[in-house]
Design a binder for this molecule. Structure first.
Ligand code: TYM
Length: 324
């Protein structure tokens, strides 16, 4: 039997090259070796206010992006989180074994709640429990995510282990899959900050649906560090970040990149990076346009049905072992 992977992304904001390089690219690479479930986590999206019409649209748009990135519905199951009610049912059970203290330590809550716990939504606080539920329902072995989700993954593992200790072996304890290169792509405007969907400064992110002119302008405006050489250097986060993007988009090794840019300066480098990005995005964007709503429904409905068969099995064992 193949081992199983589960991952997801929120249908909020616009997906950027960080989401692709940190997560989606690996989803595609892993789908042969693993039985894969890729979810559009719309219930996570409502932890912050969303316009209903926009959310519905973005949910379908995100399915298009999964498909255009190369997630193959013949091999992987793609579905919408709210189509599988077991996610919220298991989340309730897990919230009864999770501890306030461990949720209070989640850095993403502190960031997104802007440090104001009094005003922050309860859903934003309990969000990592819903995420654990997503993962544990599918008896997931591996979860491909970017670095920013590592802490949530650790909580998922802790909850699985605690449940197994208390009620008998029920859940597979998932391992994170965090790529060596690309796990935390940084903002083009501030290499100390991760590239983020919710960044107010759109110049910091290359969005997957940006047109060639916009991409080229953003790359030309990207901040650089002191120093003129184009090479990987831990002490120069800006060039490190830009070179990582180049490396992952072109498939070259780190050494090949360094060799390629030896003796060249920022002008040449930025032109080549812009070209590589545009060349990657062009066919990707063509594929995004290929899927109409009807085609998507034809993928998402059977996806949810397949997901439910597994999710309801797991939930059934959970209820049984708890005496529910
Ligand atoms: P989300 O929607 O914020 O991001 C989707 C994926 O993109 C990764 N990512 C990045 N990778 C590299 N560099 C960046 N700058 C960058 N920004 C984002 C994220 O790590 C993620 O893998 N909570 C999750 C969604 C979720 C989930 C799950 C994931 C809900 N349930 C279960 C895995 C398993 C989130 O908000 O991702």
């Amino acid at each position: 039997m193949k081992k199983r992977i589960f991952s997801g992304a929120q249908p909020t904001g616009q997906l950027h090259i960080g989401n692709y390089l940190g997560a989606l690219k690996n989803w595609v690479a892993l789908q042969d070796e693993y039985e894969a479930f890729y979810c559009i986590v719309n219930l996570h999206a409502i932890t912050l206010p969303q316009d209903p019409k926009t959310l519905r649209q973005k949910t379908l748009d995100l399915a298009r992006i999964y498909l255009a990135a190369g997630v193959d519905p013949q091999r992987s199951t793609i579905f919408i989180q709210s189509d599988v009610p077991e996610h919220t049912e298991l989340a309730w059970v897990l919230s009864c074994i999770a501890r306030m203290g461990e949720l209070e330590r989640m850095t993403q809550f502190k960031d997104k709640g802007k440090g104001n716990a009094e005003r922050a939504g309860v859903g934003l606080f309990t969000y990592p429990i819903l995420m654990a539920s997503d993962i544990l329902l599918y008896q997931t072995d591996l979860v491909p995510v970017g670095q920013d989700q590592k802490q949530h993954l650790e909580l998922s593992r802790d909850l699985a282990e605690r449940f197994n200790r208390g009620y008998g072996d029920t859940f597979t304890v998932p391992e994170p899959y965090i790529p060596k290169a690309g796990a935390s792509i940084k903002s083009l405007q501030d290499p100390e900050k991760k590239m983020s969907k919710s960044d107010d400064n759109a110049n910091g992110s290359i969005f997957l649906l940006d047109d060639p002119d916009t991409v080229t302008k953003k790359i030309k405006r990207a901040v650089t560090d002191s120093g003129t050489t184009i090479e990987f250097d831990e002490s120069r986060p800006a060039i490190n970040n830009l070179l990582t993007i180049f490396q992952l988009l072109t498939g070259k090794s780190a050494d090949e990149c360094t060799e390629h840019f030896r003796g060249k300066g920022y002008g040449d480098f930025k032109s080549e990076l812009a070209e590589a990005t545009v060349e990657f995005l062009r066919p990707f964007q063509d594929r995004v346009r290929e899927f109409d709503d009807e085609a998507l429904i034809g993928i998402l409905h059977p996806g949810a049905e397949k997901a439910r068969t597994i999710a309801s099995d797991t939930l059934g064992s959970v209820y049984k072992s708890m005496g529910l």
